[in-house]
Ligand binder design. Sequence first.
Ligand SMILES: C=C(O[C@@H]1C=C(C(=O)O)C=C[C@H]1O)C(=O)O
Length: 401
Amino acid sequence: MNSPTDVLAAATDTRPAAGTTTAPDFTFAAGAYTLTCRGSRRTITTPAADRGALLAEVEAAMLTERESGHPHPLVVGAIPFDPRRPSRLLVPEHTTWEVAEGDPVAPDPGASAAELVDNTAAGYRAAVAEALARIEQGLVDKVVLARTVDALLPTGYDVGRVWARLRAANRDGFTYGVRLADGDHLVGASPELVAGTQGDRFRSHPLAGSAPRGATAAEDERITAALLASEKDRVEHAVLVDEVAANLAAVADEIRLPDGPRPFATARMWHLGTEIAARLHPGVGSLEAALALHPTAAVCGRPTEAAAALIGALEPEERGFYAGLIGWTDGHGNGTWALALRCAQIGGDRARMYAGAGIVAGSDPDAELAETTAKLRTMADALGLATGKRDQSDQSTEPVR
Ligand SMILES: C=C(O[C@@H]1C=C(C(=O)O)C=C[C@H]1O)C(=O)O
């Protein structure tokens, strides 16, 4: 029979996971600021597909907070890739905003390195080949296919430390961590802004078209020139920008786009990026704007429904919160929502890492596989994966590092 403490333990939705105890419920760092939230006064699980209901619930939560004497309420958290699945949003109990001076130092990854288990390369290539056949048939123009790779973690690892390493290595991105309903933590360092708002000013920075970073400045120059000249990458990017601009028109006007994409670097990747600016319609906040765009063709495809169905059919694992939205909004609608990319879901002794790549006509399965491998390095670095195990399913696969 359950004792009252058992019932209470179940209700507080924590699953003990060795080493994760120091991590806060939510952390989000961008530029010089870090937002850290501990505890939650309320959680919001309404799926993003019920957009009106979700936004009304967020609004009501803000009102309740103000009425109970909290003049600057926040709602923070994550929306899964599949908008029909429960959201993981919370009203934090304790919030701190810090502005960092100077560069943070990366802590040591821990006593012993994690071990990589990657047997997904052959399956990924086959999925890309299948997607290319569907593109040829005219079912979709673009579909983003992802793969998942597990790392076995040593005892005593610390999610907070993984986050700090991500932050130190990815100063230009959005470094995030969120405790999920089952006690697992989603941590990552995303390069991609979906919706950043301040008053009625809106910014988005969609990315598509990618190549791994070079080892020298000269190599980087050659890589970015090739990326800008690649017809396949420009098409992949244009599909995304057209879709974002079209969906944005429902919530904003004065949409401004530059003439063409620019190369954008992370520690591990080059991407083609387009800075989009707009003016939000009265009453539209950051979460509403982000939901109007989610899931973009950076992570799903065109047409959205057909691409989502193809992803469901071709990817062996559920995406969960990977390729969803992660961020925060305040009571005035100001906020920042990034794409949950370059991440891992960490629980118990396992970190499940995710990476995907956009497939269009002309994509090559080997090149797309290599792109996902390069994207996995952001997390592999943070987990201290010094060497990768060769993929058992395909001898030609590179190790993750
Ligand atoms: C899907 C991912 O990244 C997205 C896909 C990109 C591409 O296909 O070129 C580039 C950046 C991201 O929008 C990922 O990192 O897993």
